[in-house]
Design a binder for this molecule. Structure first.
Ligand SMILES: NC(=O)c1ccc[n+]([C@@H]2O[C@H](COP(=O)([O-])OP(=O)(O)OC[C@H]3O[C@@H](n4cnc5c(N)ncnc54)[C@H](OP(=O)(O)O)[C@@H]3O)[C@@H](O)[C@H]2O)c1
Length: 325
């Protein structure tokens, strides 16, 4: 359940950054197979497998991701009735009147989605020049207007998560989620104490880039690097290959589960909800194969060890304006 609401989400979601995005994910560019048709198939396969939680953002594809979801919701009312939709407001530093900016972004998102309200509205990153109180005021306005059912943040550190939870509490709201980059290639949220703070606060961690932007599927290697500008979890391929080898070995002991299914299961074992991207029905169905079985404590420990040298590590080199989470 998302704190402060009656919205229930499954333990696995779907990320939709690729839907309508050209520069990173190649729609209309390097990935000729990524189309509105393949996206509709991913949508249907996910929902039919019980994966009903979809994450988007106003900035994905410059709004295209939300528009595609809006079209799918309109075309497929039976599946639409089963889903939970999350989107995000990006509080760019120049949006100084954050109350007004958030409300106008939210209304534009709802328009593209064709919805009267979203299930979860997230602050995309701690990049506002305004304090937590101003952002909490803006979220409280949206909640009071009945436009959002639950509120969350993204890319917030432990300190920022606690501060935002407090600011929302003062306005009678609960912080439901913190969406962070978390995978076997990036364990900082676990080692920094962020995950335990989320557990203490009742905040659900949503794990983005959970399969390292495709790297933990095992399909990419030194001779076949991921296409596009996939900067997150961009570790040396020998590190990726070492982790994938352990994922593969563990998957074989579980009726041939794939490396990415094991990688998603590891995230769930850490108490986070992974939101892997899916470009088509095969990927959606494969990701849903992370449901319905469990890793042993020993297997989780094996994976921890395989990923050990990546704790902190190269992630610190990322050229992003948020570094923690
Ligand atoms: N809040 C934030 O700042 C933030 C940042 C990043 C992402 N996110 C969210 O998190 C979601 C997921 O992260 P992500 O898309 O960066 O990375 P990801 O989920 O780790 O990787 C997704 C990519 O891996 C490949 N893939 C997925 N499932 C596969 C399968 N079963 N078999 C083979 N290949 C598969 C696909 O690309 P190819 O087929 O092209 O390899 C897919 O686009 C995003 O969509 C977005 O909603 C949020």
């Amino acid at each position: 359940m998302l704190a402060g609401s009656d919205v229930k989400i499954p333990v696995l979601g779907v990320g939709t950054w690729a839907w309508g995005d050209r520069s990173t994910w190649g729609m209309g560019g390097y990935d000729a197979a990524l189309s509105e048709g393949s996206i509709a198939d991913a949508w249907a396969a996910s929902i039919d497998a019980g994966v009903t939680f979809f994450d988007t953002a106003e900035v994905y594809g410059g709004g295209r991701s939300e528009s595609i979801i809006g079209q799918l919701l309109a075309d497929d009312p039976e599946r639409a009735a089963k889903v939970q939709i999350a989107t995000k407001f990006i509080p760019m530093p120049w949006k100084v009147d954050v109350r007004r900016s958030l409300m106008s972004s939210l209304r534009a998102s709802l328009d593209r989605l064709g919805l009267p309200a979203v299930d979860l509205y997230q602050i995309h990153g701690p990049i506002s020049l305004r304090g937590h109180g101003a952002l909490a005021d803006a979220l409280a306005d949206a909640h009071a207007a009945g436009l959002v059912r639950a509120v969350g943040v993204s890319n917030y550190s432990e300190r920022e998560t606690r501060a935002m939870a407090r600011a929302l509490e003062e306005r009678g709201l609960k912080l439901a989620t913190n969406q962070i980059e978390f995978s076997l290639l990036r364990r900082i949220p676990e080692t920094s104490g962020l995950l335990s703070a989320c557990a203490e606060l009742g905040v659900i961690p949503l794990a983005y880039s959970p399969i390292g932007q495709g790297r933990l599927t095992g399909k990419y290697h030194a001779g076949n690097l991921p296409p596009g500008r996939r900067n997150f979890s961009n570790h040396p391929m020998e590190v990726v290959e070492r982790v994938v080898a352990v994922l593969r070995r563990i998957g074989e002991a579980h009726d041939g589960r794939t490396p990415s299914q094991v990688a998603l299961r590891w995230i769930m074992a850490k108490g986070a909800v992974p939101i892997p991207g899916a470009k088509n029905a095969d990927q959606a169905a494969a990701n849903a194969g992370a449901l319905g079985w469990e890793l042993t404590a020993e297997e989780v420990a094996d994976l921890d060890r395989a990923a050990l040298s990546r704790v902190g590590g190269v992630a610190g080199l990322k050229t992003r304006f948020w570094q923690h989470g």
